[in-house]
Ligand binder design. Structure first.
Ligand SMILES: [Zn+2]
Length: 139
């Protein structure tokens, strides 16, 4: 089984209730959909098919072990087994996980910067208002 939002926009809606792994700390299954850059966003060792999520937790691809490794008749019968198959190149996965982690870190840093700026601006506004009140109080 291999469903993508581009090829099966209607069928894939059946899987839209599936949410990605709640916490990034727990890691991701990160099994790659063959021939794409999509990685499974469910928690490691999940049951059922692999699911990739895009923006706003939207399900963009659903596939099982048969679409992860080479396609053969024997594999399709065992489709949906609990144990996710790992692609043979572990190095690729490790690199993809590192890239993912780096992207998350960069996003978090950017986010913290914005929060800091917001707090700074609010403090400035408070300071100005405080002084304006003092000046008005003096007069
Ligand atoms: Zn998975």
């Amino acid at each position: 089984m291999k469903l993508t939002i581009e090829e099966h926009p209607e069928t894939i809606k059946r899987y839209r209730h599936i949410k990605p792994a709640p916490s990034r700390k727990g890691g991701r299954c990160a099994t790659r959909l063959l021939g794409t850059s999509r990685l499974c966003t469910l928690s490691p060792g999940h049951s059922g098919p692999h699911v990739a999520h895009g923006a706003f937790n939207k399900v963009v691809a659903v596939w099982d072990a048969g679409a992860t490794v080479r396609k053969s008749e024997g594999d399709t019968h065992r489709a949906g087994s609990v144990v996710p198959r790992r692609p043979p190149r572990e190095g690729g996965i490790v690199r993809a996980m590192k890239d993912f982690g780096r992207r998350v870190t960069r996003y978090t840093e950017h986010f913290m910067e914005e929060i800091f700026l917001l707090v700074f601006v609010l403090a400035m506004v408070g300071f100005v208002i405080d002084w304006a009140l003092r000046i008005m109080g003096v007069r």
